[in-house]
Design a protein around this ligand. Structure first.
Ligand SMILES: [Zn+2]
Length: 106
């Protein structure tokens, strides 16, 4: 959780919407990201997407069924879709109550 908040600080320092995300598997961070659509000129560069890409690259697998995403804000519809496509959880209600932890609202 502390690492996710550090990602939030990175976004805030760049005048981005302050959102941070971390993907954890077996108590190890396998992906992290902070919101950077302005900096990257990329409308998809949300913290969750960047963290998922980082984790998938490290795992050499686009599916992350046993991983947990820690994110500072509730995901937008694009990120929620990416989380589902990553197979982080098959059931959306459980995704938001168990695998996805909202640390705080901005
Ligand atoms: Zn998003």
């Amino acid at each position: 959780m502390q690492q996710a908040l550090r990602q939030v600080a990175k976004a805030a320092a760049q005048d981005e919407v302050p959102v941070g995300a971390v993907v954890v598997l077996d108590n190890e961070i396998i992906g992290q990201g902070w919101n950077q659509p302005i900096l990257a000129n990329d409308p998809t560069a949300h913290a969750e997407i960047i963290a998922l890409r980082d984790a998938a690259s490290k795992m050499a697998n686009y599916r992350l069924p046993s991983a947990t995403l820690y994110v500072s804000n509730e995901p937008c519809s694009m990120c929620a879709g990416a989380i589902i496509y990553a197979r982080m959880e098959q059931r959306l209600p459980k995704l938001f109550s168990v695998s996805l932890i909202v640390l705080r609202r901005q």
